[in-house]
Each structure stands twice: as structure tokens, then as C-alpha cells.
Design a protein around this ligand. Structure first.
Ligand code: FPP
Length: 256
């Protein structure tokens, strides 16, 4: 079957079958994505960076649909990092407005498709109207049984670890937690990802070979796939290549 390069953003219920070259029994349960290259994609076309972000939303919708159709349990994406506030005000404001308008537009469809939405990060500094919509999206999809869609917004891996350490210290000071009982499970239970399994596969687009403060704890044993494709061009072919790369690896988790 040939897939459209970018699957239509129209809200069809079309189901995309798993490409024959992929082994259904060896799919990752959880994929994490650093969606990079929106700005360069736009620049290469002589367009403003903001158009790159708008095109990035379409790639994200297509990727979520494919992951859901192909039996992936969870998709976690890096939408806005704690470092992204240092971008020009105009771009930050554009992104905040974009998140809000996309969420507003897509929420009913995501609910119909049983997507379970979660936002990971320090949401406090976000605009109130966006926070309200985030709360509504998380609450109204809490019991959905489809793909878990985690959107990292004002997320930073180091900040997440510091916040977890603070919470554990507070519980210890209050006498609720014996510090000698803090193990990996107790620590992980204070992270934004407390209810989520660790990613099996990290995909980074646009050729950069960095983790960029993303899921520092959770990516400990993830396989990493870097593609030169800019995020707005990420499509079924690019996802298939990432999954083939993943399936070619022998995961040892530190063993032999
Ligand atoms: C990185 O590309 C991309 C971002 C910082 C924003 C990603 C956001 C989206 C794709 C929209 C997601 C929408 C929702 C509702 C979750 P870049 O700007 O760093 O590109 P560059 O490295 O080429 O400059």
C-alpha cells in the first residue's frame, strides 16, 4: 500500500495497515519523539518559521494516527522545552496560541479515537486559557483505552529530576518517607511520567544527535533513531524506517 507523504489532516477514520516489512510481534510499546527541524524546513522553503510549526502539527497528527493504527501503546512528544522560552516572544506566543487552537480543534476527534491525553511538564507558567484546555483534555480522556499521547510542554529533564528530589525530601522531612527506602521505583513515582512505561525507542528528526534535556531518566535503555528528515516531512516511510532500525537492534539492557 502506498501512504500519502503527509496523511490528510482531515479527520477521517481511515486505518493504515502495518507495512509488511515490520514484525508485528516486535513493535515498541512506547515511542518518544524530539520533533526537530520545523524552522529549517520553513527556511528552506523561504517561509517564516511559524509556518514550519503549523506544518509540524500535521506531521504530528499523522504520526499519532499511524502509531495508533500500528499498535503502539504510547507516543510521547517534545512540544516545548524549558529552554524554548528564550526564543523571540513572537515565536513563543505563536506556539502557545498554536497549542491552544490545535487542542480546541482536535479534542472531540481525539476523544472519538479513544486517545488518552496527558501533558508532562511544569504547566504553571502557561497561559491560563491553555492550562484550562489542558485540564479539560486530560480529565475528559482519562478513561480512554486507546493510544496514550503524552505532550511534553514546558518540560525539562533536569527540572523534572529536581522537582522529584524536592518532593521526596519534603516527604522525608515530614516523616512520611524513610530516605533509605528511596529506590528507583519510589523515585520514578515522583516524575511526570509516573503512570507511564519507559520509551523503547527515541526518534529525533533533523539530524541532530542530542537528547536536549528530554526524558533523561526514562530514556536510560531506549534505542535511538536519528533521521535527517525535518519534522514537517516526517511521514509513514520515515516512521517505518525508524521501526525497522529498532527491530534490527538486539536490546540487552546491560546484559550480554
Ligand atoms: C522544534 O523545531 C519544534 C518545536 C520547538 C515545536 C514543536 C511543536 C509542534 C510540532 C506543534 C505541536 C502541537 C501540539 C498541539 C502538541 P525548531 O523550531 O527547533 O526547528 P529548527 O531547529 O529547525 O529551528
Amino acid at each position: 500500500m502506498t501512504y500519502p507523504s503527509v496523511i490528510s489532516s482531515s479527520n477521517t477514520k481511515e486505518v493504515y495497515p502495518l507495512p509488511k516489512e515490520l514484525d508485528r510481534l516486535r513493535m515498541p510499546d512506547h515511542i518518544a519523539v524530539i520533533m526537530d527541524g520545523n524552522g529549517r524546513w520553513a527556511k528552506a522553503k523561504g517561509l517564516p518559521r511559524t509556518i514550519g510549526h503549523t506544518a509540524g502539527v500535521e506531521a504530528l497528527k499523522a504520526t499519532l494516527r499511524l502509531c495508533s493504527n500500528w499498535g503502539i501503546g504510547a507516543l510521547t512528544v517534545y512540544a516545548f522545552s524549558t529552554e524554548n522560552w528564550s526564543r523571540p516572544n513572537e515565536e513563543v506566543n505563536f506556539l502557545m496560541t498554536l497549542f491552544e487552537s490545535v487542542l480546541k480543534r482536535e479534542l472531540s476527534n481525539l476523544k472519538l479515537e479513544e486517545v488518552k491525553i496527558n501533558f508532562l511538564g511544569d504547566l504553571d507558567p502557561l497561559p491560563v486559557s491553555l492550562k484550562d484546555l489542558i485540564n479539560e483534555s486530560v480529565k475528559s480522556t482519562l478513561n480512554n483505552k486507546g493510544i496514550r499521547f503524552n505532550i511534553c510542554t514546558n518540560y525539562g529533564g533536569r527540572r523534572e529530576l529536581v522537582l522529584a528530589a524536592q518532593k521526596l525530601a519534603e516527604r522525608s522531612v515530614k516523616g512520611e518517607l524513610d530516605p533509605s527506602l528511596i529506590d528507583e521505583n519510589v523515585f520514578a513515582s515522583e516524575l511526570f511520567t509516573a503512570s507511564e512505561v519507559d520509551p523503547d525507542l527515541l526518534i529525533r528528526t533533523s539530524g541532530e544527535k542530542r537528547i536536549s534535556n528530554f526524558l533523561l531518566w526514562q530514556l536510560a535503555y531506549a534505542e535511538i533513531h536519528v533521521t535527517d528528515v525535518f519534522w514537517p516531512d516526517f511521514n509513514a516511510d520515515a516512521l517505518t524506517k525508524a521501526l525497522l532500525d529498532y527491530q534490527s537492534r538486539r536490546r540487552r539492557f546491560g546484559g550480554v
